[in-house]
Design a protein around this ligand. Structure first.
Ligand SMILES: [Zn+2]
Length: 80
């Protein structure tokens, strides 16, 4: 029986169905999830308070969450 060498005890280096692809070092591994949203800021024309909505639908009429007044906004933001 042949003597087992150090090299023959190593795991196979080629990926196969049984062996997963070599994992990246811990520092490079992606572990989280990231997304991007557009945050739209509105100011009420009555009470002057602000509120914000992420990825707000494209509509021009919004109700103020502070005083309840209906506000109509221009089609394009006044400021960016
Ligand atoms: Zn208001």
């Amino acid at each position: 029986m042949p003597r087992q060498t150090h090299a023959s005890r190593r795991k196979p280096t080629l990926p196969s169905a049984e062996t997963p692809v070599k994992r990246k070092p811990r520092a490079e591994r992606v572990t989280g999830l990231r997304s991007v949203e557009t945050l739209v800021h509105f100011q009420c024309g009555d009470c002057r308070k602000w509120w914000s909505i992420g990825d707000a639908p494209a509509r021009n009429v919004w109700y103020c969450p502070w005083c309840g007044r209906q506000n109509r906004f221009a089609a394009a933001p006044e400021r960016t």
